[in-house]
Each structure stands twice: as C-alpha cells, then as structure tokens.
Design a protein around this ligand. Structure first.
Ligand SMILES: *Cc1c(COP(=O)(O)O)cnc(C)c1O
Length: 352
C-alpha cells in the first residue's frame, strides 16, 4: 500500500489468474492452454513481421486482421473489433455496452473476471444461480436487466447452451445487449456468430488463446452489429489507439488461415477429452458433460482441495476454486494423451 494510491485502488479485488510456475517437468493442466502449440505458419509470419517495421506503429484499425476474421466467419469487417486478448475486449465491452440502469445478469458460477470488471467500472449486477446440474437455465434470464453475459460453453463447468436456446434468450431480451463469450467454442460447440445478422443486440467474443494455442500472443475479438462495434471503438480510441501490435496481427492472420492445423489439433483435444472422461468415471469421478478443452470433475470420497494438493505434490497442477458450490470440483485442462496418462495414474495412486 502507498499513500499515492487513487481512492478506487483501495476498493479493488483483482482477478487472480491460474499460476504460471517456473518449474520444469510440470504437468500443467490449470489454465486451459492448448497442448499442441500454434500453427507453424503463424510462427513464420511472426518471425517475418519481426523486421524493421517494428519501428513504426501498427495499423490502429487493424484492417487486415479484421478482414481475415470477417472472411473466416462470413461477416463484414465493420462487424469485427480486435483487442489485446479477449480479456481486454471484455473490459471494453463491460464499459461500452453493459453499464446501464438495470443490473447486468450472469451465472453465479462462471468466469470470475466478470464481477471484477463490474467492480472496476461500477456496474450493478445480479448473479443468476445455475440449476442443480450446473446448467444455465435460459428462462432465468427473463427478468428486467441491463444486459446479459455468459461464456458458451460456460467456464469452469464446460456445460453449454444449444444455438436454439441462445436464440430463445435473444428473442426474450430484444432490448438488452447479450454477450456470448465463446472462448471455448472451438472444442465442439456451435458458435452464435451466425445469429449476428438477425440480432443487433448480440455480441460474440472469441480468443486465439485456446483453440489456436496462442495464449502468449494476446489476441481476442468481438463480432456483432456495426453499432455495437462502434461503441467498442469509441472506448478503445479513448484508451489505447494501438492495442494489437504488428507481431500479433501477422501471427493471428496466419493462424486464422491455417484451417488444417486448427482442425487437427482441436480434434485431438476433443478425442483426448472423451478418453479422459471415461477413465475418470472408472475411478469413481462425477464428470460434468463438457464441450470445452477442460473438464469439471468431483470425487464422492475426496475433497477438491485435497485432490489438488495431492496432485501438486506429484508435480501436476489443476485448478481448484474455493467457491462454496463447487469446492468439491477440480477443473482439469485437457493435455496431451501422455499428460492425461500421468494424471490418471496419479489419481489412481491417490485413491488406492
Ligand atoms: C480464457 C478466457 C478468456 C480470456 O482469453 P484471453 O484472450 O486469453 O484474454 C475469456 N473468457 C473466458 C471464459 C476464458 O476462459
């Protein structure tokens, strides 16, 4: 603490990301990174961009990248906004679109950055409880609100809404901005992107961190009606004109163009997920259905904190949340099959 702090700093409870320990030989299954690495074409493009041009500012409007995203999703560049990771895009979304007289709605168990943004920007919100099976119930969002946000699939549960359910939610809330955070959509879920044309209140947020294995590059984007994008641009241009650097722009375009690498690696993650779920069930775990690159599991005989600590002693790190409704659960990132093997063997030993 220091006497030079602004008043607001005292009131903040910052988000705590999963740790990034600097240890070798760690089986790191705690922050939903993709084990397969980015497209080699993205790495080449980044190396190619790392030339004399770094002397110059990047394109403040990121035209080439927005065109590449628009092409990939069949929309127009003016329906795309890009930022330095989707966390930054979300921060701008909260400021630009989710602060209204009525409370913002999001699930009680969800991405824990949402309440942090609300505190930072002074946004009133209501946490809507997931049902007993940890599902979002769309009918619970038929109440007065100033906006709605949820991840699909949800984090950290992995459970998802169908496109028809999202459409119903949009139809029931025509006067509210509805933000679907699709950080994990690449692992089996259907994107709501195709609904943008019909619903001017829909904003879909993506990241290259998970599906494209580029968490270190920091690139996220939002897709929606041009009116929503204009709001994001207005806030961004009051804050940072150049959030996306030249290397990120080059790498992101190449990664989006390399469909083969994308499809191969996400299919590998989905296949490993199926095998891991089966093995954990065999060990007695209850595993929630997941369309993400992680699973959420609990064991009837062992607590979540105890299991996480036991795994850590064996150099395997997973995520445990001390929230009362979910403290029995572990959130486990889908690693390579070799990493899943190490995890299952360790759990077997601990449960014996
Ligand atoms: C990982 C994650 C993000 C943030 O992604 P970045 O682009 O790496 O900032 C956003 N939303 C959810 C639900 C996530 O899990």
């Amino acid at each position: 603490m220091s006497r030079f702090w602004s008043d607001v700093v005292h009131t903040l409870t910052p988000y705590v990301p999963g740790e990034q320990p600097k240890l070798d030989n760690l089986v790191k299954l705690n922050t939903n990174e993709n084990p397969y690495g980015p497209s080699p074409k993205a790495l080449e493009a980044i190396a190619g961009a790392n030339q004399d041009t770094l002397r110059l500012y990047p394109d403040p409007n990121a035209e080439a990248l927005r065109a590449a995203i628009a092409l990939a999703y069949g929309i127009e560049p003016r329906q795309v906004f890009v930022g330095n990771g989707s966390d930054e895009v979300l921060a701008l979304v909260f400021q630009a679109l989710l602060k209204h007289g009525r409370p913002l709605l999001f699930p009680d168990i969800t991405y824990s950055f949402y309440p942090v943004y609300c505190a930072l920007f002074g946004i009133d919100y209501q946490a809507v409880p997931l049902d007993p099976a940890f599902r979002i119930r769309p009918e619970d969002y038929r109440r007065p609100n100033g906006g709605i946000i949820f991840p699909n699939p949800n984090a950290p549960t992995g459970r998802w809404l169908t496109l028809a359910e999202i459409q119903g939610l949009l139809e029931a809330n025509p006067d509210s901005p509805v933000v679907v955070d699709e950080a994990y959509v690449d692992f089996g879920c259907e994107s709501a992107c195709g609904l943008i044309r019909r619903f001017p209140n829909l904003l879909v947020v993506h990241t290259l961190s998970k599906g494209r294995s580029l968490a270190g590059l920091r690139l996220g984007y939002a897709m929606g009606d041009a009116g929503l994008i204009e709001a994001l641009d207005r806030v961004k241009n009051s804050f940072n004109s150049y959030p996306v650097d030249r290397l990120a722009m080059a790498g992101a375009i190449a990664a989006l163009e390399d469909r083969d690498h994308f499809d191969r690696t996400r299919r590998a993650v989905m296949a490993s997920r199926g095998r891991l779920v089966a093995e954990l069930k065999e060990l007695g775990f209850e595993v929630l259905p997941s369309m993400a690159n992680f699973i959420f599991a609990r064991h009837p005989a062992r607590g979540g904190a105890e299991l996480a600590a036991g795994l850590r002693r064996r150099s395997i790190i997973v995520r445990h949340f001390p929230h009362p409704r979910i403290e029995a659960f572990l959130r486990i990132t889908i690693g390579t099959d070799a990493q899943c093997r190490v995890l299952v063997d360790a759990l077997k030993e601990m449960l014996a």
